[in-house]
Design a protein around this ligand. Structure first.
Ligand code: NCD
Ligand code: ZN
Length: 330
């Protein structure tokens, strides 16, 4: 059995910089037509110069792949600045300060008055806002606790497209449907694992990420949205490579590396649930509509043929390393 996908898109991707970028960017470019590139580099992408330099670094590492760029949200972005970068970005990514990898310069307070000028300008300029939606509370409750902020922002800025990044809970899955201007990305790993897989037996550092994987009923709520290619959701891998030495260590870095095997494992999952027909929309069609983009043409053919996930890509251990999977890229 074969499956043909047209112009797959990964709407949440970490490519890092330097040698790591040179290792991982071509792996995404092999199977994806484009990706939304996260700005949590060191230092973050928060100026036009940094943005253009980062885009060039990516383009130098790939062929036939569109890096859809993002800026790291700062409350002091004004209309003139945003207008000057509008053509170079697809979205702006907001991180609460310190909530995840390299987010120290993020937003300290969700006081609407403080955020209003930047968000109003984004709304007027039609620049979507992507949010890492977690509070600073108890780790399992962080996403659910953040939902009032999503709702407040969605109501206060009805013309602003807000993307709830990497949702992991049934609460987020429900909130998404209540506001016309809320959308969401869903990762591969949150469709496969729960907290039990991370910490229920021996600790699995390569499954440790932010937001942490939740309960079975949460995973079910995500599956319901993804498998039916609900038009409010799109695939965003949140593939976040860290070297093995930073993962298999005390103080394990957060992030799961999935980019090179994402489509194969999505095909396996969608086939298992009898939903292969919906995969094209989940990995491309929905994102095209939400972001109003026409990706470059790229055809990817998957085949139902057993393959084995490599144990490492450079210094990075991928999701399900060494395991057999049912689908391969031809
Ligand atoms: C991401 C990273 O390493 O950059 N880590 C993660 O666990 N997902 C950052 C993020 O998206 O939270
Ligand atoms: Zn991420």
């Amino acid at each position: 059995m074969q499956l043909q996908l047209t112009s797959p898109l990964d709407m949440h991707l970490h490519l890092r910089q330097g040698d790591m970028l040179k290792t991982v960017a071509p792996l995404s470019a092999k199977t994806f037509a484009g990706a939304l590139i996260m700005p949590n580099t060191v230092p973050p992408v928060d100026s036009k110069e940094a943005l253009l330099a980062y885009k060039e670094e990516i383009l130098n590492a790939v062929n036939n792949f569109t890096p859809y760029m993002t800026l790291f949200f700062k409350p002091d972005y004004n209309y003139e600045f945003l207008q000057s970068v509008k053509e170079d970005i697809l979205a702006i990514k907001l991180y609460p300060a310190g909530i995840t990898t390299n987010s120290e310069g993020g937003v300290e307070s969700f006081d609407l008055k403080q955020l209003k000028p930047a968000l109003e300008a984004m709304s007027e300029l039609e620049i979507p806002l992507c949010i890492h939606g977690e509070s600073g509370g108890f780790v399992m409750d962080r996403e659910a606790e953040f939902i009032p902020v999503y709702k407040q922002l969605a109501s206060a800025f009805p013309k602003l497209k807000i993307i709830m990044e990497h949702i992991t809970t049934k609460e987020a899955a429900h909130a998404l449907l209540e506001h016309e201007n809320l959308y969401a990305t869903i990762t591969l790993h949150h469709l496969y694992i729960t907290l039990d897989d991370v910490a229920g037996g021996l600790l699995q550092p390569h499954l440790f990420c932010k937001p942490i994987a939740k309960r079975p009923e949460d995973k079910e709520a995500l599956l319901e949205l993804a498998l039916n290619a609900n038009p409010k959701v799109m695939f965003g891998s949140d593939s976040a490579p860290h070297p093995k030495s930073k993962k298999e260590a005390p103080g394990c870095a957060a992030g799961v590396f999935t980019a090179p095997i994402a489509l194969q494992l999505l095909a396996q999952l969608f086939e298992k649930h009898g939903k292969l027909d919906n995969l094209q929309d989940f990995v491309s069609g929905n994102a095209q509509k939400i972001y109003n983009i026409k990706p470059l043409e790229k055809t990817v053919i998957l085949e139902k043929k057993e393959s084995e996930i490599p144990k490492k890509y450079g210094e990075v251990v991928p999701f399900m390393a060494g395991q057999k999977i049912e689908w391969s890229i031809t």
